[in-house]
Design a protein around this ligand. Structure first.
Ligand SMILES: Nc1ncnc2c1ncn2[C@@H]1O[C@H](COP(=O)(O)OP(=O)(O)OP(=O)(O)O)[C@@H](O)[C@H]1O
Ligand SMILES: [Mg+2]
Length: 246
């Protein structure tokens, strides 16, 4: 089910041992990815939907989504969706930790948690459940200032996080400036998410841009971003360690 063994392992004759190690490491190890930022409209819901779908498309599931935003945009998107995955669970905010335990017991691989635009201090108990927090940031001064506040709290609490640049425009100097500033605070995903109408258009009927055009630029972008995200989730990093040290 999981594409875990690469060619070099095969050549080394370590196939069986590494495969066993990594399957036992991966099975039942849920990675909780929370998408959060103080800024409204930064792209939290769009990323939750698109990354959860991408995880399923690449066989990295089962992937689940949880919508903790009272606006319910992700829930609305999901209710319009015809495809059976990703699946959605709807625990009350106070019972998310227990819901994650249940998903873990069910063998889920990823849970993407969408959040309301919120000061991180107000959702700290939620953020503490994350294996990784994704902070979408648009290349604008107000987004960067808000991301700086986010960084301070996540860093102080030791919660792993990554910034994702959203709605970037080709050749805009402000994107490079924003990335340079953000990278002083923390890791910035190598893939930039461009400003594309396909992202919004696809979500109006419960789909994602990858599902509208499987080989379109948005699809390629989401595949590249998911690769970046996977590489920095703790389980994946551990697997890489196993690959190196056998
Ligand atoms: N890369 C993009 N290109 C074009 N449109 C985008 C992109 N990312 C998000 N959008 C659109 O921008 C709007 C805001 O995005 P989204 O709802 O994901 O933000 P949000 O952070 O969840 O907002 P809120 O804080 O209100 O929950 C939506 O209409 C969405 O479709
Ligand atoms: Mg939202």
């Amino acid at each position: 089910m999981y594409p875990l063994v690469n060619e070099s392992c095969r050549k080394d004759g370590l196939l069986t041992r590494l495969q066993d190690n990594r399957l036992s490491l991966k099975k039942g190890i849920l990675q909780t990815i929370i998408i959060n930022s103080q800024k409204g409209g930064s792209g939290k819901t769009m990323l939750s939907a698109h990354l959860a779908t991408q995880a399923e498309r690449e066989g990295d599931g089962p992937a689940y989504i949880i919508d903790t935003d009272p606006q319910g945009t992700l829930t609305k998107w999901h209710s319009l969706r015809e495809a059976g995955s990703p699946q959605r669970v709807e625990p009350p905010l106070a019972a998310i930790a227990q819901a994650l335990d249940k998903l873990r017991a069910r063998g889920a691989s990823y849970c993407f948690v969408d959040t309301a635009p919120s000061r991180e201090a107000d959702v700290l108990s939620l953020l503490k459940l994350a294996d990784l927090v994704i902070v979408p940031v648009q290349p604008s001064p107000s987004d960067i200032w808000s991301a700086a506040a986010t960084f301070q709290l996540l860093k102080a609490e030791g919660i792993p996080f990554v910034f994702v640049m959203m709605r970037t425009k080709p050749n805009a100097g402000i994107t490079a400036q924003s990335m340079a500033l953000l990278s002083k605070y923390g890791q910035v995903a190598a893939t930039l998410v461009a400003d594309r109408t396909a992202y919004a258009a696809a979500m109006t009927d419960g789909r994602t841009a990858q599902e509208l055009a499987a080989k379109g630029p948005a699809a390629l972008e989401m595949a590249a971003l998911w690769k970046n995200i996977k590489e920095i989730t703790p389980v994946h990093a551990q697997q890489k360690g196993l690959t190196r040290h056998g």
